[in-house]
Design a protein around this ligand. Structure first.
Ligand SMILES: Nc1ncnc2c1ncn2[C@@H]1O[C@H](COP(=O)(O)OP(=O)(O)OP(=O)(O)O)[C@@H](O)[C@H]1O
Length: 311
């Protein structure tokens, strides 16, 4: 292997790609370290697929550089493709071939494949091994595509909306498998429209819009931007809040937006919650209807792009 352990598995530097004068990707910098799951999020047309296709070597950037294991995925496509797993949606399938045969064929290209039978079981496909591809349900085809991407023990896997259209049980199977990959040190670039999926699987999220990064960080870093959350409770009207303000960390100012309704804004961690309830107890006040609202990733996304995730 020509890349050292410290070389990022994926490194994009100032990547630009235009189609007919429109910039699909507009100066993108991206790094994926070994063993990390990075989720690429963005509204429709943000440039996710174009980015992934350049990483896979299917598209060439107009300018900037794309390196996979330190290699150019276009000029060193043979070596790069032997070490990556790509989930193709129905791509390359002969409609008449059976699910098990297809996976065996893909496994035969690899020097040290995973056991196809085990993989089919893990993905809930053991009962359809002999079923022709065209007879599989959409969800089964999707999981077979995932199995084909993984059977060669790739070091880096590209998962493009891996659970789109799957029911809750199948989605959980896929999530568990991605977790297992991560424990084995496999790196994953995931594109998804599902915030809960990104939060559950990704170490780091990159939100792109118009081909540019608009925010990046861990899920908790992103959700703690701006007003991270609020704590609300009901108690007798007109309480003197100066003692509570003094007890709370700097930057938290309790207020009473309407008589008897109290609010504390900021990141509400367990310590803040205890401070508020302890202060109430000290005042001999019973706080009722106590509620903590965390800022969700959906809210961050909407603020940044002005659009819902699914456009
Ligand atoms: N082969 C192509 N020819 C012309 N325009 C293209 C081509 N591929 C992508 N584009 C354009 O580039 C922009 C980015 O598209 P891309 O498919 O990368 O976005 P995306 O984030 O993957 O969107 P989606 O979530 O809808 O799949 C869009 O405006 C799209 O129309």
């Amino acid at each position: 292997m020509s890349s050292s352990l410290s070389t990022p598995v994926l490194h994009l530097d100032g990547v630009v790609k235009s189609f007919d004068g429109t910039r699909a990707v507009d100066g993108l910098d991206l790094t994926l370290e070994r063993g990390q799951v990075l989720a690429l999020l963005g509204p429709n047309g943000a440039g996710k697929t174009t980015t992934v296709e350049m990483c896979e070597g299917f598209q060439r950037p107009d300018s900037g550089s794309v390196r996979v294991f330190g290699l150019d995925p276009v000029t060193a496509s043979g070596e790069v493709r032997a070490r990556i797993g790509v989930m193709l949606q129905g791509g390359g399938a002969y409609p008449g071939s059976k699910a098990g045969e297809m996976l065996d064929l893909v496994a035969s290209y690899s020097a040290d494949p995973l056991d196809p039978e085990w993989l089919l079981r893990e993905l809930g496909l053991a009962d359809v091994t002999r079923t022709p591809y065209r007879r599989l349900s959409g969800g089964q085809q999707q999981r077979l595509a995932l199995a084909c991407a993984l059977v060669g023990r790739p070091e880096l896997v590209f998962l493009d909306e891996p659970t789109a259209g799957l029911d809750a049980q199948a989605r959980l199977m896929v999530w568990e498998l991605v977790d297992a990959l991560k424990r084995d040190g496999v790196s994953v670039l995931l594109t998804t429209h599902l915030m809960d999926e990104a939060e559950a699987l990704a170490d780091r999220l990159v939100i792109i819009d118009h081909g540019r990064i608009v925010a990046e960080g861990t899920p908790s870093e992103l959700t703690s931007h701006g007003a991270a959350g609020r704590l609300q409770f009901t108690a007798p009207a007109g309480l003197d809040l100066s003692g509570l303000a003094a007890a709370l960390p700097d930057g938290y100012v309790p207020f009473e937006p309407s008589p008897g309704s109290y609010v504390v804004e900021g990141e509400i961690d367990p310590a803040v919650l205890v401070t508020v309830t302890t202060w109430c107890a000290g005042q001999d006040v019973l706080a009722t209807e106590l509620r903590v609202d965390q800022r969700r990733l959906e809210d961050v996304f909407l603020d940044l792009t002005g659009r819902e995730l699914r456009g």
